[in-house]
Write a protein that binds this ligand. Structure first.
Ligand code: PLP
Length: 396
């Protein structure tokens, strides 16, 4: 680990020392086989993390936001219709980007704390008989509210409507920490960034494109230059980039994928589910509620916790930083001041989570909230004790 406290923001996440070291590289020629030995395994690793056998993986010097732009500009044309639900700050920002790019956006207004309604998407698509909607957008895990949406159900709704739109999924705060099934869900473009489930510093926008999304790149008339996947493809064929790649970050990504795949993806997802369950036990013991309105929406990577009416939740985040040097997430947009967030994605263990829960308790008690010190910690401890599995290396 590190000499600092773990962070509990839902990205950037804690960086394992091995990955920090892998990112710290002397300069190599980025148009050489040596770079190819980083680039190709990193792309193959991302493909496996996406649970895909065929997705074309693109890695841009950027972040998740650049990934959104890459998805849109490489597949769509000015005035194209897109369907998207707004249920938190991240879906809100993606909508804003669509509008600023000159797309015609059909927004399904959804209360913050709820998930995307696959049924509503299905109705709209079924009514779109002349197929004006070219892309359906979905934020898999709304990081602002800690709400996960059912992407498989959205795909089924699209299929039921026999609608040919592309399916774009923001998996920035899910991929690598929560199950994501690119192939089985029929995702056309998946977007993420390096600083969340992959446990790296920020700096990479990471995407998977389906064959159908790749086929759309020829006709797509939105302007793009830096994020043009056609230039990137040509580079890849020559172990290179159309410009200078962040070689150290890519080397870190290669290792991040190896670590996730070495642990086993389903073990990684189970670990995050367990950690999140412990956090949820703590929240319940505090007599508090999540922003997510029902259990099937609970995110395993971030918990947005509602604070009592009239209390400014941001004070929790500020005091935790000032007094205990621990970072939690503030509420964003519509839920600013109403929730604080405990991020538990990326490099995280139950023991680390206990320190976050303990810190949150100290801060809330400091601020005069009716919290009994140790109550949440004990609830999480009980859950972790019951659900812990013996580590393989200690197995008899
Ligand atoms: C963090 C995040 C983003 C934004 O990514 P950046 O890397 O900050 O550009 C987009 N969507 C979701 C769901 C996120 O959690």
């Amino acid at each position: 680990m590190t000499t600092q406290n773990p962070v509990f923001i839902p990205g950037p996440t804690n960086i394992p020392d091995e990955i920090r070291k892998a990112c710290d590289m002397a300069t190599i020629d980025h148009r050489s086989a040596a770079f190819g030995n980083i680039l190709h395994p990193a792309r193959a690793g991302v493909q496996q993390v996406l649970k895909s056998t065929s997705a074309e993986v693109f890695i841009f010097p950027s972040s998740g936001t650049g990934g959104w732009e890459t998805a849109l500009t490489n597949t769509l044309s000015p005035g194209d219709h897109v369907l998207v639900a707004r249920n938190g700050m991240f879906s809100h920002r993606w909508i804003d980007m669509c509008q600023r790019l000159g797309l015609s956006v059909e927004v399904v207004q959804t209360p913050w704390g709820e998930g995307i309604s696959a049924d509503r998407y299905g109705e709209i698509l079924a009514a779109d008989t002349d197929h004006r909607i070219k892309a359906v957008l979905a934020t898999h895990n709304e990081t602002a509210t800690g709400v996960v949406s059912d992407i498989g159900a959205i795909r089924k709704a699209m299929d039921r409507a026999v609608h040919p739109a592309l399916l774009f999924v923001d998996g920035v705060s899910s991929i690598g920490s929560m199950d994501f099934q690119f192939d089985d869900w029929g995702v056309d473009v998946a977007v993420t960034g390096s600083q969340k489930g992959f446990m790296l510093p920020a700096g990479l926008g990471i995407l998977g494109f389906s064959e159908k999304a790749m086929a759309a790149r020829g006709d797509a008339a939105l302007n793009r230059v830096y994020f043009d996947v056609r230039d990137m493809e040509k580079g890849y064929a020559n172990n290179a980039y159309p410009y200078t790649p962040p070689v150290g970050l890519m080397n870190g990504l290669k290792l991040g994928c190896e670590m996730l795949l070495g642990e086993g993806l389903d073990n990684v997802f189970a670990r995050h589910h367990r950690i999140a369950q412990g956090v949820r036990q703590a929240v319940a013991s505090w007599g508090m509620e999540l922003c997510a309105v029902s259990p099937e929406l609970y995110s395993d990577t971030v918990s947005a916790i509602k604070t009592p009416e009239g209390f400014d939740a941001t004070e929790i985040v500020n005091l935790a930083a000032r007094k205990y040097n621990v970072a939690f997430g503030v509420g964003l947009g519509e839920v600013a001041g109403k929730v604080f967030r405990i991020g538990h994605l990326g490099s995280m263990s139950d023991v680390m989570a206990l320190s976050g829960i303990a810190t949150a308790e100290m801060v809330m008690a400091d601020l005069g909230l009716d919290i009994r010190l140790g109550s949440g910690v004990a609830a999480a401890q009980d859950y972790y004790r019951q659900s812990a599995k013996q580590l393989q290396q200690f197995a008899a």
